[in-house]
Design a protein around this ligand. Structure first.
Ligand code: NAI
Ligand code: UGA
Length: 437
């Protein structure tokens, strides 16, 4: 099939490569000239394992091209819209880029075309899109995760196709025939259910994380260990153990914004129980970060340098959108912390923006040098107990519960995890950093 993919960011670039690898002829279109130039020359604009290789393979197969010229989408059998839907200041989704992309595509479309929304949108958006074009409209939300995006795209748990007509659903299903033949289930739904399934899934994942993070707080107060708790709960098949690790809160380009957008829509629709549930989830996420900051501030002794390991919102990406680790650094700086170094495997040598200024990213060795307190903020696999204790820190704070406590202690450092029994001492409210003089 001939396919156009409009918007070639974290979602669109991966989707274009995936569709080309399924044998389709794909043109990726983006308004950003730098993005198109980079992708056309085989260089992804962001770090995603396997993307560079996939991009190069598909470019050299001749099945994949990129352009800023939307007219190249004309005549494609399917048009996927993958542009960003960021949060506005009030938390609602900003649909400006989506409607701009749809309006640019509209003059090229006929009644025989199918426009397929892949961006995450508030329920009801697909019908607003349908009112702007002559083509049939379908919604086919995407569930890939950054860091495992290629594998997730090629082996999704399910493919959801929302549309009004069987003909539109079949056109979208045909795009994925290679995956359905390999056993990936296809769920056919109405437009609204497809849109809502995506937003509600991300909000549910956020809720699950806020639940385990709030339980971590109770663990600290009572002596329970949240790692044992999540394993014990997760061994119930109805609960499941994946996606149940306590930490310093969830972040990234999607969970926080999608939760805000659904919360705003719930309020608008006067679905108040949902609104309160989502509002509590978001507030719990703030609390998780606040508690992590308190733990760090409570652990520093006067005159000590701290090293913060990991700045991206999760490992195996260079994405720092709504990164809990960066928000932690901002919080610490706003409470007076000045003697610190940050490192991240994906960002060494760059300067990242904080709410409080800019932070230079060192390599691991420099960051650890002279640091008495090591804070693991993003659990990159290279941050093993042996590596993080190389500078013989007095204490290691594991805000992702990713290290083996015994191995850290074996290196002579004190280990503090999240939600693992009583913490160091009653943590002070983070109003000031301990005096260094
Ligand atoms: N990042 C992810 O892993 C996933 C994202 N999503 C959803 O996919 C959508 C896109 O997210 P990301 O790819 O992360 O955003 P992004 O910001 O990485 O990429 C968006 C791209 O759209 C382009 N764009 C903006 N206006 C355009 C227009 N009028 N015509 C053509 N291109 C245009 C931008 O230049 C940019 O390259 C969002 O709705 C997001 O919620 C869904 C699943 C996974
Ligand atoms: O809509 C999207 O963009 C995507 O959002 C998330 O994917 P992603 O943001 O890439 O990353 P996740 O693996 O979901 O992690 C989100 C945050 O939760 C945190 N997390 C995750 C899992 C866990 O057990 N504990 C935990 O704190 C991560 O550290 C990270 O900050 C969803 O998992 C995807 O299904 C969805 O397609």
């Amino acid at each position: 099939m001939r396919i156009s993919v409009i918007g070639c960011g974290h979602l669109g670039a991966v989707h274009a490569v995936t569709l080309a690898s399924l044998g389709h002829s794909v043109v990726g279109i983006d308004v950003c000239e730098a993005t198109i130039a980079s992708l056309s020359s085989g260089r992804p604009t962001f770090l995603e394992p396997g993307l560079r290789e996939g991009l190069r393979d598909q470019l050299s197969s001749g099945r994949l091209t990129f352009s800023t010229d939307v007219s190249l989408a004309r005549g494609a059998d399917a048009h996927f819209v993958c542009v960003g839907t960021p949060a506005k200041a009030d938390g609602e989704a900003d649909l400006g880029a989506l409607f701009a992309a749809v309006d640019a595509l509209a003059p090229l479309l006929t009644e025989n075309d199918v426009l397929i929304g892949k961006s995450t949108v508030p329920v009801g958006t697909a019908r607003l899109v349908a009112a702007r074009v002559r083509a049939a409209v379908a919604w086919n939300p995407e569930f890939l995760r950054e860091g495992t995006a290629i594998a997730d795209s090629l082996r999704p748990d399910r493919i959801i196709i929302g549309a009004d007509t069987a003909a539109a659903q079949e056109r979208v299903a045909a795009v994925y025939s290679g995956l359905s033949a390999a056993g990936v289930p296809i769920l056919r739904t109405g437009l609204e259910s497809a849109e809502l399934a995506k937003a509600a899934s991300n909000a549910f994942l956020a809720l699950r994380l806020s639940y385990i993070n709030s339980l971590a707080q109770l663990c600290e107060a009572t002596g329970a260990d949240v790692r044992e708790l999540s394993a014990a709960m997760g061994s119930d098949a109805r609960i499941g153990s994946s996606y149940f690790n306590a930490g310093l809160g969830y972040g990234g380009g999607c969970l926080p914004k999608d939760l805000s957008a659904l919360r705003a829509q719930a309020l608008h629709a006067e679905a108040m129980d949902l609104f309160h549930l989502l509002d509590t989830t978001a507030r719990t996420n703030q609390t998780a970060l606040q508690r992590a900051a308190e733990l760090v501030l409570g652990a520093i002794l006067p005159g000590e340098k701290i090293a913060i390991l990991g700045l991206t919102f999760k490992p195996n990406t260079d994405d720092v959108r709504q990164s809990p680790a960066l928000n932690l650094v901002s919080q610490l700086v706003s409470h007076g912390l000045s003697d610190f170094a940050c490192t991240d495997p994906a960002l060494v040598g760059t300067a990242v923006s904080l709410a409080t200024g800019v932070c230079q990213v060192s390599d691991l060795h420099s960051a650890l040098e002279g640091a008495a307190v090591v804070v693991l903020a993003t659990e990159w696999p290279e941050y093993t107990a042996e590596r993080v204790t190389r500078g013989s820190p007095r204490v290691v704070l594991d805000l992702r519960n990713a290290l083996d406590p015994a191995s850290v202690r074996a290196q002579g450092s004190q280990y503090i995890g999240l939600g693992q029994g009583p913490s160091l001492s009653p943590a002070p409210s983070p109003t000031t950093v301990p005096q260094t003089t």
